[in-house]
Design a binder for this molecule. Structure first.
Ligand SMILES: Nc1nc2c(ncn2[C@@H]2O[C@H](COP(=O)(O)OP(=O)(O)OP(=O)(O)O)[C@@H](O)[C@H]2O)c(=O)[nH]1
Ligand SMILES: [Zn+2]
Length: 368
């Protein structure tokens, strides 16, 4: 309960400021990112129209640059761990866009190391589920043309990160499921974006022993519509079935579509995959690392369910290390498979060979 005498709306938290900045970027508005030395006006290319692009370049006297992440730079043939900054003077919206995500683009003739603050800008784009391609320029503190824009301290991102682990249970109730019968849905609210996450409790797991747990990341195409391009739908059903067979357990259904890149980017990446590029390189063309998921929410959710010891159903070593890093004991790992089809074979093979997923190498590498 709020104590009304002390409560005011005068302050925001770093978490709120970050979320506001995310909303501004998604509306195609600049955010002013600042540290104690300088301030940069930053726009997400993903949400910019040609008219906004032109307006921005006029406002910064054509001194804008394009930040591209390390994976995108590498696809352009430039190796730079911090990404690159490409001068955009005289470069129009179409060419900036092509440089950001098109295939078979010539490497930029000129580039430099990006300002350090751009790491925070890329992190904002990640929270916003936008391509990490940012248009930016240094501006004067009192620049009136950006007077109405949101200002964000670059430090706020680090501070807001703590919120990733803060959740509360806001609802729990029984939902009978076709395949496994009674289950309890537990809804958690919190995290950086305050989005709701769910756990499905099958049976009555004994939290004094290692609890069978499946961590599943959302896949709208596979989970809901039976896409043949991946194994997610099968893994969701089989995961729940394994929990039931094990005498009860918990499935965490995490809101991290497209390995954390969002449905828009996942579908763009599919477009590139149809041209023969594998799942990791397709994401890299768009500027993404191989996997953008985080598991702080999973750790927090297990904690709220009083689960500290698990038998984890997964083929993905990152999930095991992420839980362990969060203080959850993974006492055993059990596999969870889906059907291997002509359509998902290359995807599974890539996960096995390039992301170390524990899949059956013999079956998957046999030519189809
Ligand atoms: N970016 C991208 N994401 C994909 C693609 N195919 C599937 N995904 C996403 O990959 C994730 C797969 O999630 P999971 O099945 O939980 O995880 P996993 O990494 O395969 O690990 P385990 O199933 O536990 O072995 C989901 O977020 C999907 O939306 C793809 O081609 N590109
Ligand atoms: Zn999938």
């Amino acid at each position: 309960m709020l104590k009304s005498a002390h409560f005011t709306f005068q302050h925001t938290t770093a978490q709120m400021d970050v979320e506001r900045a995310v909303a501004e970027l998604r509306f195609g508005r600049p955010v002013i990112l600042k540290d104690n030395k300088r301030q940069l006006a930053v726009l997400a290319l993903d949400c910019v129209t040609p008219a906004i692009y032109d307006l921005f370049s006029q406002a910064v006297d054509d001194q804008h640059r394009l930040f591209l992440s390390a994976p995108r730079a590498a696809r352009l043939g430039v190796s730079s761990g911090a990404g690159i900054a490409v001068p955009l003077s005289g470069v129009g919206f179409e060419d900036a866009s092509r440089l950001s995500y098109a295939l078979d683009v010539e490497p930029p003739q000129e580039w430099c190391q990006p300002d350090q603050i751009m790491a925070s800008a890329a992190e904002l784009a990640r929270n916003a589920l936008l391509l990490p391609a940012m248009i930016y320029a240094e501006i004067e503190p009192d620049e009136p043309r950006f007077g109405a824009c949101l200002r964000l301290d670059a430090d706020a991102l680090g501070q807001a990160s703590e919120a990733r682990q803060i959740f509360e249970i806001i609802a729990r109730t029984q939902v009978p499921l076709k395949e496994i019968g009674d289950a309890e849905f537990v809804v958690f609210r919190g995290g950086l974006a305050q989005r709701d996450q769910i756990a499905i409790v099958v049976g009555k797991p004994d939290t004094n022993s290692p609890v069978p747990v499946r961590i599943h990341s959302s896949c709208i195409t596979g989970d809901l519509f039976g896409s043949l391009k991946c194994d997610c739908g099968d893994q969701l059903c089989n995961g729940l079935a394994h929990l039931k067979e094990a005498g009860g357990g918990v499935l965490l259904y995490l809101d991290q579509e497209g390995r954390g890149t969002g449905i828009g980017s996942k579908m763009r990446a599919y477009g590139y995959q149809h041209l023969g590029i594998d799942t990791i390189d397709a994401d890299a063309e768009l500027g993404f690392e191989a996997d953008h998921r985080r598991y702080e929410a999973a750790v927090a959710m297990l904690g709220l369910l009083s689960i500290s010891r698990t038998v984890l159903f997964t083929n993905n070593p990152t999930k095991i290390s992420a839980l362990r890093a969060g203080g959850i004991h993974v006492e055993e790992r059990k596999p969870v498979f889906g059907d291997i089809t002509a359509e998902n074979m290359n995807y599974l093979r890539t996960k096995m060979l390039r992301a170390d997923h524990m899949l059956d190498i013999e079956t998957l590498t046999r030519p189809c």
